[in-house]
Design a protein around this ligand. Structure first.
Ligand SMILES: [Zn+2]
Ligand SMILES: [Zn+2]
Length: 280
């Protein structure tokens, strides 16, 4: 399941190194990851080719941990299980604390770490979009884990929705979390189109997007095409953005300029907190 060749999200474009300076927080030790149903949700970027953070290993792919909800969710698993587990250990995150693994799509840089993760923690439920091959499901059950196929958009636990499988050559689902400030939409690679995903999340929940985070898949887009996508997202009212992974450096720079102080760094090791409910 390791990343290889050009069958993944970069579409044959080589890995690139981030040139921009980062201001990010590293969660300090295990205490930061204890407890559930908190006042805010916390997203920790565990795997990314963007913005290596001291002490963490970068690699092509994406994974993040979502905490503070009814259950703790691992969104995608990066390309390499050893790297994923090492980054989790470095951040004081126990794999056994994960209740749900949400897979966006079948590209190796998103599912590559799954087997090693389930070997450590077969108790997790794996949520995946309908269309994954039977052999993949068999491998999940082979590890003793439960698989849940999502064939349409809808809620899968308190506050959490899938867009359902969206198609564009490859089937992909995005994850949506309802918060006090609007929805948070997390994308793996956004192969079906980041604007299309954003629009379908808004339609599904009837709420505005507070934060759009993950891979936006704009590596091959021209500046003009990216500008059109940015303007579409702005017209949809997307308040904050945290693009990384397969967004591409040039597009990321355009997003940073367009959103200004509402641009959030989403590289490896970033921790992003979003309030879930009104304060006391
Ligand atoms: Zn992909
Ligand atoms: Zn990808």
């Amino acid at each position: 399941m390791r990343q290889r060749g050009t069958d993944m999200c970069r579409d044959g474009i080589g890995p690139w190194l981030p040139l921009f300076a980062m201001a990010m927080t590293i969660a300090q030790g295990a205490d930061a990851h204890a407890g559930a149903r908190e006042a805010s949700m916390r997203i920790t970027i565990l795997y990314n080719n963007v913005s290596p953070t001291m002490g963490l290993t970068s690699g092509w792919g994406f994974s993040c941990l979502v905490e503070g909800l009814e259950k703790t969710i691992l969104f995608d698993t990066g390309g390499d299980g050893d790297v994923l587990l090492a980054n989790m250990a470095r951040l004081g995150i126990d794999p056994k604390g994960v209740d749900v693994v949400f897979l966006s799509h079948i590209h190796a840089d998103h599912i590559g770490g799954l087997d090693a993760f389930l070997a450590q923690h077969p108790g997790a439920e794996v949520i995946l979009p309908a269309g994954f091959p039977p052999a993949f499901l068999a491998a999940i059950s082979g590890r003793g884990a439960a698989a849940r196929m999502m064939s349409a958009g809808g809620r899968f636990m308190d506050r959490c929705y899938t867009t359902g499988p969206l198609q564009d050559g490859i089937v992909e689902q995005a994850m949506i979390v309802e918060t006090e400030k609007g929805i948070v939409v997390i994308t793996g690679c956004a192969h079906p189109g980041i604007a299309r995903i954003a629009a379908s999340a808004i339609r599904l929940t009837g709420r505005g997007i507070h934060l759009l985070l993950g891979g936006f898949h704009l590596l091959r887009k021209s500046p003009m095409e990216t500008a059109a996508i940015i303007s579409r997202l702005q017209s949809l009212g997307v308040a904050k953005v945290a693009p990384s992974h397969c967004t591409g450096e040039a597009a990321t720079t355009m997003f940073r300029q367009a959103w200004g102080s509402d641009f959030i760094e989403g590289g490896l090791g970033s921790v992003i907190e979003v309030p879930l409910r009104e304060g006391p």
